[in-house]
Design a protein around this ligand. Structure first.
Ligand code: IPM
Ligand code: MG
Length: 375
């Protein structure tokens, strides 16, 4: 018996609370993870490290080397949020909290970003779109996360030859959108694999009528499709048209796959379909590890008040169980628990409305407790 207990599976999790509401919501994620672990006979142990603005304050950089080391040595990374007005700057020489996020994505080679968008029935009235448009929305944004404009060559420089206003000397700046075949190949495969486990349809988003990188994107996506995933339905859509279709017929989409910058923009648009950004989780997967985080930011305006919505963080734990540890039962339990809590009418401030009774509006920790009680 004792030997059995010692052989219990143990996973090492790197916790990155970050800034703003980060520390408050990550505590609820850990609470839920521990509860699921206890039930499943899995032990999670944690190492907390600094990232973002707090890391800048502590060590002068958004991603200290020690943090990347801890993350690399862990089985999975749970991140809350980074950033805040305190560190906002356009000075290229000053560190920014977001560099922590970009650095860890690149440092861990997390090239696949999954952002599921689903509507919880209890919250369907939160959307700004008509109920008949929102009905049945269940899509997965697959965003390439380590290439394109985010990581291409860039420069800002002074040009004597008339870059300024009225022919005067002035500044110039550029960013580069570059993709290599293998980068498109591997993200396309991820999208097709995800689609096979869903409704079997991939929409590839590009700007092939203008951009060379998009023409390569389209060619490679089709090559991968025709060779290895002919069973999956594939369609191409131009990014501007996609932005429009996402709000006119969102329920028609299953899996969308796109390059980094388009994915950044479209995933915020897709997230807003639900009307409750505080509910959406994301997973960033590499070949050797993965990072899970809410889709929302650090909400500095409500930091420290104990009122932030921890559900996106908790749902990012659901994704961790699914994608990193294949603990499908634990993941299903979390989803069911969250659904029940919402069906019973419990709300944090951001997802409450005029019809919510006052005694059903709860704070961060209570919301976490409610989910644990329903597990
Ligand atoms: C996101 C965020 C980040 C991004 C920022 C904070 C750097 O907007 O995860 O979508 O642009 O990727
Ligand atoms: Mg974004």
């Amino acid at each position: 018996m004792e030997k059995e207990a010692r052989r219990m599976t143990a996973y090492q999790i790197c916790l990155l609370p970050g800034d703003g509401i980060g520390p408050e919501i990550i505590a609820e994620g850990v609470k839920v993870l521990d509860a699921v672990g206890a039930k499943a006979g899995v032990a999670f142990s944690y190492t907390t490290a600094a990232i973002g603005g707090c890391a800048i304050d502590e060590c002068g950089e958004a991603l200290p080397a020690a943090t990347l080391e801890v993350a690399k040595a862990s089985d999975a990374v749970l991140l809350a949020a980074v950033g805040g007005p305190k560190w906002d700057t356009t000075d290229p020489d000053k560190p920014r909290p977001e560099q922590g996020l970009l650095g860890i994505r690149k440092g861990l080679e997390l090239y696949t970003n999954l952002r599921p968008v689903t509507v919880f029935d209890a919250l369907s009235s939160a959307s700004t779109l008509k109920p008949e448009v929102i009905d049945g929305v269940d899509l997965m944004m697959v965003r390439e996360l380590t290439g394109g404009l985010y990581f291409g060559a860039r420069e800002r420089f002074y040009d004597e030859a008339g870059a300024g206003v009225g022919g005067a000397a002035g500044q110039r700046a550029y960013d580069t959108l570059e993709y290599r075949e293998y980068e498109i190949d591997r993200i396309a495969r991820q999208a097709f694999e995800v689609a096979r486990k869903r409704r079997g349809k991939v929409t590839s988003v590009d700007k092939a009528n203008v951009l060379e990188s998009s023409r390569l994107w389209r060619e490679v996506v089709h090559r991968v499709h025709d060779a290895d995933y002919p069973d999956v339905e594939l369609e191409d859509i131009l990014v501007d048209n996609c932005a429009m279709q996402l709000i006119t017929r969102p329920a028609d989409f299953d899996v969308l796959v796109t390059e980094n910058m388009f994915g950044d923009i479209l995933s915020d648009e897709a997230a807003q379909l639900t009307g409750s950004l505080g509910m959406l989780a994301s997973a960033s997967l590499g070949d050797s590890t993965a990072l899970y985080e809410p889709s929302h930011g650090s909400a500095p305006d409500i930091a420290g008040k104990g009122i932030a919505n921890p559900l996106a963080q908790i749902l990012s734990v659901e994704m961790m169980l699914r994608y990193s540890f294949n603990l499908q039962q634990g993941a299903d339990d979390i989803r069911r628990a969250v659904t029940e809590v919402l069906d019973e009418g419990w709300r944090t401030g951001d997802i409450a409305d005029a019809s919510t009774p006052e005694d059903r509006v709860v704070g961060t920790a209570r919301m976490g407790d409610l989910v644990v009680e329903h597990l």
